[in-house]
Write a protein that binds this ligand. Structure first.
Ligand code: 5AD
Ligand code: SF4
Length: 455
């Protein structure tokens, strides 16, 4: 039997999909990348912006209309992830032919639920009519789900050199615009030793790099007291740094409020911790930050950036920005542009504010027109493009260590890998290089990638 899993949204969702896949495989199923041959289709959804929800709904409607013509109404179709949690009942009403709906705290149960329905359909223990009346829904809370998310199956089909590891679930920061705390629950950190064990296992299976994932990754273990000013998160990094065979450690996303000196000092002293930090600023205006319930000022953020840059001249810093938050004035926006330049971000995700029902800011008037949001988006993108290009141009002619990840889409014998500071390098190599560290010289650059040769 075959399952097809389609993922929308963030890396956390990708990781959840890997976990769902691992549970199918454990039960003797295979994972297919061909939708048409699937016995079960899982659509793992995102709710963070409206656009992501619309994409998933479009996909589901298409699947259902196609399935109508199939005998027994196969494949089984399920919806998981944040939109399943947030709008499960609504989806069940609008698309009653869906088989099951399971929230992100039920990730570990998805394969069981799907296989159970599949078996019942095949054995005809419930009639198609009965089945098509209403989906099976499980969106109840589960505050222990973070203890059952350690299984891995590589869905990317490239290499397993870089592995995602979820270190926590949920978020307690309650940024006013964000739906995540509502759909993923309060923050629960995994026990440190479980994470260490999982990483050791991944390294035994060929991983060279790990990306630790959490909504507020650097708040990991915050209920455990710091020792000599060293937080549990930094202690986790220290333990991972000691694992033989592991070469690189990254994490995403940290929150500025938890980015203290112990973490800053880890850069340069833990040799496996890579010089790349994705640190969401959201806005450069203190007034808007306050309205967003982000408990820092633009100047505090810039101080962290300066300290990080002082740790390494190769440091790459990227960010998330929301433009067009309710009441954002041109003046507020210009402060964002100013902070963006001062921080000299070389990569960024810039989002237009999207009102999410159930968040604090949905009570405000979404009063910035789409034209203004779009205009601010474009102006900030132009700044970003210049900064990215400058960052890349400064790398031309220099040599960097790269971990070879996979074939590049760009033609035969071309491979891709990343520098420690997360720049994408394209170079000539062969399959035998995958998983190896090489030194490359940068010959030329575009905004998105570096053209290199192995030296
Ligand atoms: N509108 C626009 N962007 C949002 N984000 C989160 N919620 C919203 C929203 N309602 C962005 C933030 C966050 C990133 C993952 O998505 O910038 O850091
Ligand atoms: Fe959302 Fe803020 Fe939590 Fe990030 S820190 S997941 S933006 S509430």
């Amino acid at each position: 039997m075959k399952a097809y899993i389609r993922t929308y949204g963030c890396q956390m969702n990708e990781r959840d999909s890997e976990n769902i896949a691992a549970n199918f495989v454990e039960k003797g199923w295979t994972i297919t990348s061909v939708e048409d041959e699937a016995d079960v289709i899982v659509i793992n959804t995102c709710s963070v912006r409206e656009q992501a929800e619309q994409k998933a709904i479009g996909k589901l409607s298409h699947l259902l209309s196609y399935r109508k013509w199939q005998k027994r109404n196969l494949p089984i179709i399920g919806v998981t992830g944040c939109m399943a949690q947030n709008r499960g009942e609504e989806i069940a009403k609008a698309l009653p032919r869906i088989d099951f709906i399971a929230g992100p705290r039920k990730t570990h149960l998805v394969a069981n639920i799907a296989i159970d329905i599949h078996n019942k359909v095949l054995q005809e223990t419930f009639s198609p009519r009965e089945r098509l009346r209403k989906p099976y829904i499980d969106i109840s809370d589960d505050n222990t789900s973070h203890l059952r998310i350690n299984k891995h199956y590589n869905l990317s089909k490239t290499s397993n050199v870089c592995a995602f590891v979820s270190i926590m679930q949920g978020c307690q920061m309650n940024c006013s615009y964000c739906i995540v705390p509502k759909v993923r629950g309060v923050m629960r950190s995994r026990p440190t030793d479980d994470v260490v064990c999982e990483v050791k296992q991944l390294v035994e299976n060929g991983a060279k790099e790990v990306m630790l994932l959490g909504q507020v990754a650097n708040a990991f273990g915050r209920e455990i007291p710091a020792q000599n000013g060293v937080s549990e998160f930094v202690r986790l990094l220290q333990k991972l740094n000691d694992i033989d065979g592991l070469e690189r450690i990254r994490f995403t996303s940290p929150h500025p409020s938890y980015f203290r000196d112990d973490l800053i000092n880890a850069y340069g002293s833990l040799e496996k911790l890579c010089e790349y930090v994705h640190l969401p600023l959201q806005s450069g205006s203190d007034r808007i930050l306050k309205a967003m319930n982000r408990p820092y000022k633009s100047a505090d953020f810039l101080k962290i950036v300066d300290k990080l840059r002082a740790r390494s001249s190769d440091m790459s810093i990227s960010t998330d920005i929301i433009v067009g938050y309710p009441d954002e004035t041109e003046e507020d926006f210009l402060q964002t542009v100013e902070a963006f330049k001062q921080a000299n971000f070389d990569m960024a995700f810039i989002f237009k504010y999207s009102e999410r029902k159930g968040t604090k800011s949905a009570e405000l008037n979404d009063n910035i027109s789409d034209a203004i949001k779009e205009d601010r988006n474009q102006r900030l993108l132009a700044v970003l493009e210049k900064q990215s290009m400058d960052f890349h141009n400064a790398m031309i002619g220099k040599t960097y260590q790269v971990l070879v990840e996979s074939n590049a889409k760009r033609g035969e014998n071309m491979f891709m890998g990343r520098t420690r500071n997360h720049r994408k390098c394209i170079f000539k190599a062969d399959e035998s290089y995958i998983g190896k560290m090489v030194n490359v010289k940068v010959n030329s650059a575009t905004v998105t990638a570096l053209d290199c040769e192995i030296v």
